[in-house]
Design a protein around this ligand. Structure first.
Ligand SMILES: Cc1cc2nc3c(=O)[nH]c(=O)nc-3n(C[C@H](O)[C@H](O)[C@H](O)COP(=O)(O)O)c2cc1C
Length: 493
C-alpha cells in the first residue's frame, strides 16, 4: 500500500465513529478514524453502564500510567450498570484550567478509544477533533498519541497551532494553546498549559508524531494552513457543504432559501486544480461516498476521499440501531430528508439534521424539552467584566444566557446538541427518573443513496462492505467500476 489511504472514514462525533468502526475500516487497509469529541463523557457513561463486554477495562489496563487509569475506573464504574431510570453522573464540563481529574479523564479516554481501534491489526488509525472545542485539546491529543494514533484530523476552526503541539507532545514536552475568548482584550492572557511530566508515572521514549490533516472548505484556508501553521501539515481534507455534521457557513452575508437553509454560491466553490498546486495530498469530502465520485476525485488529482454518511449506517458505527433502521427505511424509498439548519448548533455553524419523528429534529419534540445545559462541550468562553472567563451556551436556559451577556436573538432556534448527540449513540441522560433525552441525527445530503450498500435481501451492511463498494462498485453490479479498482491499484501501489 502507498503511504496514504485512498479512503478516510470521516470522524463523526459524538461517538458515531467509535473504536469499532475505526478498527473495522483500518483492518481493510484504509484509514479508520475515531471521533475525539467528548470522549471523556463517553467513557464515563460506558463505565456507568457497567462496561458489559469489558472493552473499557481492557483499554484501561493498557494505559501506561496504571494508577491514573485506576482512578478513572474507581470514580465511574458501576458493576452491572446503573438502573435505566437513574441519571448518568456527569463529569464536570471542561474549562481553561481544568482540575486534575478532568485532565486525566481526557488523557485516559482518548487513549482507550485509539488503543481499541488499533487492536488486532497493524494499520494506521486517526482521530478527529473539532478545533472549536479547545478546552479538551492538549490532554486529549496526548492521550491519543500515547496510544499510537497515526493521524490527527481537525476541522471546525483554523488549527494553525496544532502541528507545533504534536511536535512537542511527541517529545513529552510542555505545550500551550490559546483559548479563544469572546470579547478578549489585548494584554489578556488566555493561554492553556499542559505538561505531560506532571502526569507521567514513568519515563517514556519519544512518541510517534502523528500526521496532521486539517479540514478546510476553501482554497484560501487551504493555503493559509500550509503557509502559516507552526509545524508540518501533512495533507488536507477538503470538505464541501453537502457533508454531514457541521458545515462551513457560506461566504458573505448569510442568505436563506425559502425552506430556511443557507444558500451557497459560486464563491463557496473549491477550485480543485488550485489545490493540486499546493503540493500536499488531499482528500475530498461531502457526497464522495460513491465509486464514481472516488474515481472523479482521483482523476482530479486528489489522493482519495473522506466519507462519513455511508459509514454512519454501517453495522459497526455508534449510531443507535433504532435510528439507523428508521432512517434507512426512509432512505430505501427515497424519503430521507436532510435540512441544513443555520441555527440549531450553538457553535453558529450550519448543521445538517435528518428529519426523524421522535427526535429533536421535530420542532414540537424539541419545544417540549426544558432548556438544560449540563455537558457544555460547545460553550463559548467569554470575557467577564472583571477580566476573567465565563462560559455560556446559546442553548442553555435563556435567563442564564442573558445574564452572561448573551443576546436573545442568538438563542433563537438553538438546540442542545451535546445531550442529543449523546442520545444518538445510546447514552441518553434520564431526567427525574422518567424523561429521557432524545437524539438529533446528522447525515450528509446524500442520505437517500445509503441503501445502495445493501446487498439484496439484507438490511445491514458492514464498514468493510462500504470500502469494498467504493473501491470496486456497489454489490448489485459488481462489474461496474472495475476500472476504478484498476486505477486504485495503480494509485495505491
Ligand atoms: C454523523 C456525522 C457526524 C460528523 N461529525 C463530525 C465531527 O465531529 N467532526 C468533523 O470534522 N466532521 C464530522 N462529520 C463530517 C465527516 O467527518 C465527513 O467529512 C463527512 O461526513 C463527509 O461527507 P459525507 O457525509 O457526504 O460522506 C460528521 C459527519 C456525519 C455524517
Amino acid at each position: 500500500m502507498s503511504e496514504y489511504p485512498v479512503i478516510i472514514q470521516g470522524g463523526m462525533g459524538i461517538g458515531v465513529s467509535n473504536w469499532r468502526l475505526a478498527q473495522a475500516v483500518s483492518r481493510t487497509g484504509q484509514l479508520g478514524v475515531v471521533s475525539g469529541t467528548a470522549l471523556d463523557q463517553i467513557l464515563v457513561r460506558r463505565l456507568q453502564d457497567g462496561d458489559p463486554q469489558g472493552h473499557m477495562r481492557r483499554g484501561l489496563d493498557a494505559f501506561p500510567f496504571p494508577a491514573m487509569a485506576e482512578r478513572v475506573w474507581r470514580a465511574y464504574f458501576i458493576a452491572g450498570g446503573k438502573a435505566h431510570t437513574e441519571p448518568y453522573r456527569v463529569a464536570g464540563s471542561l474549562t481553561k484550567d481544568n482540575p486534575r481529574h478532568l485532565v486525566e479523564l481526557c488523557m485516559v479516554s482518548n487513549f482507550v478509544e485509539v488503543f481499541l481501534a488499533r487492536e488486532g491489526h497493524k494499520n494506521p488509525v486517526g482521530i478527529n477533533y473539532m478545533e472549536k472545542i479547545q478546552t479538551a485539546h492538549l490532554p486529549s491529543i496526548y492521550g491519543a498519541m500515547l496510544a499510537g494514533v497515526r493521524y490527527v484530523v481537525m476541522g471546525a476552526g483554523i488549527p494553525l497551532k496544532i502541528p507545533g503541539v504534536l511536535d512537542r507532545l511527541a517529545q513529552h514536552q510542555p505545550v500551550e494553546y490559546n483559548l479563544h475568548v469572546t470579547g478578549g482584550l489585548e494584554g489578556d492572557d488566555f493561554t492553556m498549559h499542559f505538561d505531560p511530566h506532571e502526569f507521567m508515572e514513568q519515563e517514556m521514549v519519544p512518541l510517534t508524531r502523528p500526521g496532521f490533516l486539517p479540514i478546510v472548505s476553501s482554497n484560501t484556508l487551504a493555503s493559509t494552513m500550509l503557509k502559516k501553521a507552526n509545524g508540518q501539515v501533512d495533507g488536507l481534507v477538503v470538505e464541501m457543504q453537502t457533508a454531514g455534521g457541521h458545515n462551513a457557513p457560506p461566504r458573505g452575508k448569510l442568505q436563506l432559501s425559502e425552506a430556511g437553509e443557507p444558500i451557497y454560491g459560486e464563491r463557496d466553490a473549491v477550485d480543485i486544480a488550485e489545490l493540486c498546486e499546493l503540493g500536499v495530498p488531499f482528500w475530498l469530502a461531502g457526497g464522495y461516498g460513491h465509486p464514481e465520485k472516488l474515481r472523479e476525485a482521483l482523476s482530479q488529482g486528489a489522493t482519495g476521499v473522506q466519507v462519513g454518511t455511508a459509514f454512519e449506517f454501517a453495522e459497526e458505527s455508534g449510531l443507535r440501531e433504532d435510528y439507523k433502521q428508521l432512517l434507512m427505511a426512509k432512505a430505501v424509498v427515497g424519503n430521507g430528508h436532510v435540512f441544513t439548519d443555520p441555527v440549531a448548533s450553538p457553535t453558529g455553524f450550519p448543521f445538517k439534521v435528518a428529519r426523524l419523528e421522535g427526535t429533536y429534529s421535530e420542532p414540537e419534540d424539541y419545544a417540549a424539552r426544558p432548556r438544560i445545559c449540563d455537558l457544555g462541550f460547545l460553550r463559548e468562553p467569554y470575557r467577564t467584566p472583571e477580566g476573567g472567563i465565563g462560559y455560556r451556551c446559546a442553548a442553555e436556559p435563556l435567563s442564564l444566557y442573558l445574564a452572561k451577556g448573551g443576546k436573545a436573538e442568538e438563542a433563537v432556534g438553538r438546540k442542545c446538541l451535546c445531550n442529543a448527540l449523546m442520545a444518538n449513540v445510546g447514552y441518553p441522560q434520564v431526567r427525574n427518573g422518567q424523561r429521557v433525552e432524545q437524539g438529533i441525527v446528522t447525515t450528509g445530503d446524500d442520505l437517500n443513496s445509503v441503501p445502495r450498500f445493501l446487498s439484496q435481501g439484507r438490511s445491514h451492511y458492514t464498514a468493510a462492505e462500504v470500502v469494498e463498494a467504493l473501491l470496486h462498485g456497489y454489490p448489485e453490479d459488481p462489474e461496474q467500476n472495475r476500472e476504478c479498482g484498476f486505477l486504485l491499484q495503480t494509485t495505491i501501489a
